[in-house]
Design a protein around this ligand. Structure first.
Ligand code: B12
Ligand code: SF4
Ligand code: SF4
Length: 349
């Protein structure tokens, strides 16, 4: 039997911002099944192929008893919120950063007890990381389809460590603090959000610019992205739980030079320069041709749609964060807790 407190302390020492523990019993498969049935996964067939494993961690890791859900705040004060590349992708690929933190955590755990077996996941394994974060009380599933945390808003990336051990205490899920707020739904230019915390990826600009390999990209939608070449951030920028002063300034997530490029620079980039700028970043997932295509399409669409439907989208899209626009957080939103890094700076892996 492991002490939940010890696990969470080790996680914070290893550079995570938040940690919580949940029992590894299966998740309710109904919301995922329904989502897949509606075709909301777009071209991401791997989500359907791994459906059964996704909701039952013991299919992924036999002997699974507990799940340590982890979140790391990726935002720094150097991030450019309105860049053509979404903030989460402006620095080193977050999968690599999270893997380093997970390795550090595993080392600490095995120093405590070498016989502990654990499976670490970040994004690529068939597991619903948001569901585990919700069950372990790190945050709630926001109407924008992301885990919203009280301390860092949605500006966290998630991971899990599935353990073959019982834990003495589990964290309770938090109730949603979205209340009547609908800002993300209103800010989404393509109506991708379903309103219940799920989204239709076919309509989502993040899917279109990260995952889709479709060259007949709908130009009006792209222009409405506020000129994104990789990822989309509009529903997060609208969220009153996101504030730039939630930034944790974890040096491992610092943005790289690519964050300073505008659309024209992305369009005119040579392949060599692209390789140089994107080495070790998530932009490699889309590749040189796609990024340049997105930049060209955004520029063309912006130029040719001044009076079209997509112009309305551009005008409707918030150009500032909710906080910059002087908007208030929901009534019951507590002041953000001091970020963990200020108390316990992340340690080197
Ligand atoms: C597929 C995918 C996408 C798709 C679909 C996104 C989506 N919202 O589902 C696309 C390509 C569109 C996408 C986009 C983005 N993504 Co993405 N994506 C994923 C991935 C790989 C799977 C998500 C998934 O399965 N969705 C399908 C839906 C139906 O499943 P689900 O949302 O997990 O829902 C289940 C649970 O939430 C559960 N549930 C709901 N509430 C509760 C409560 C309790 C108590 C329990 C037990 C369960 C439960 O019910 C659902 C059914 O099982 C995850 C990584 C992972 N392995 O989980 C990252 C992930 C969700 N993405 C992430 C990020 C950062 C993004 C982007 C912000 C990137 C960007 N800037 O462009 C955008 C945001 C778009 C948005 N508004 O959601 C982060 C989100 C971090 C966070 N704060 O939540 C994740 C977790 C990656 C990571 N490891 O950090 N993504
Ligand atoms: S990421 Fe963009 S397109 Fe996708 S739901 Fe959010 S605002 Fe809409
Ligand atoms: S914008 Fe409002 S409704 Fe959307 S996730 Fe944030 S608090 Fe919830």
């Amino acid at each position: 039997m492991l002490a939940a407190r010890t696990l969470k302390d080790l996680a914070i020492e290893s550079g995570f911002s938040l940690a919580g523990v949940a029992r590894a019993s299966p998740l309710d498969p109904a919301p995922l099944d329904d989502w897949l049935r509606r075709g909301c996964h777009a071209s991401m067939d791997w989500l359907a192929r791994t459906r059964e494993t996704r909701t039952d961690p013991s299919r992924l890791f036999s002997g699974a008893q507990s799940v340590l859900a982890l979140a790391a705040c990726y935002l720094t004060r150097s991030h450019r919120l309105d860049a053509p590349v979404a903030p989460v992708a402006q620095g080193r690929d977050y999968h690599a950063v999270m893997r380093d933190k997970l390795k550090a955590l595993r080392r600490r755990l095995n120093a405590l007890d070498a016989s502990i077996n654990a499976l670490a996941t970040v994004d690529t394994a068939p597991i619903q990381e948001k569901a585990w974060a919700a069950r372990a009380g790190l945050g709630w599933l926001g109407k924008n389809g992301l885990i919203v945390t009280a301390a860092h808003g949605t500006r966290v990336v998630l991971a899990t460590l599935i353990l073959d051990r019982e834990v003495d205490e589990f964290d309770a899920p938090l109730s949603s603090r979205c209340g009547d707020c609908r800002r993300c739904l209103d800010a989404c230019p393509t109506g991708a959000l379903l309103g219940d915390g799920r989204l239709d990826a076919r309509r989502c600009l993040a899917w279109q610019t990260i995952e889709a390999r479709d060259e007949t990209f709908p130009l009006n939608r792209l222009s409405s992205a506020g000129a994104s070449v990789f990822g989309c951030d509009l529903c997060q920028r609208a969220c009153p739980w996101n504030r730039h002063d939630h930034a944790c300034d974890d040096a491992k997530f610092l943005p790289r030079q690519l964050a300073s490029l505008d659309l024209g620079a992305w369009r005119d980039l040579s392949e060599d320069r692209f390789d140089e700028l994107t080495r070790g970043t998530a932009l490699r997932r889309a590749g040189f041709d796609a990024i340049r295509r997105h930049a060209r399409a955004a520029i063309d669409a912006n130029a040719s749609s001044q009076d079209s439907e997509s112009r309305q989208f551009i005008d409707a899209a918030p150009s500032k964060t909710a906080e910059q626009a002087g908007e208030k957080r929901p009534e019951d939103a507590p002041e953000p807790r001091t970020a963990f890094w200020r108390d316990t700076p992340p340690q080197k892996a």
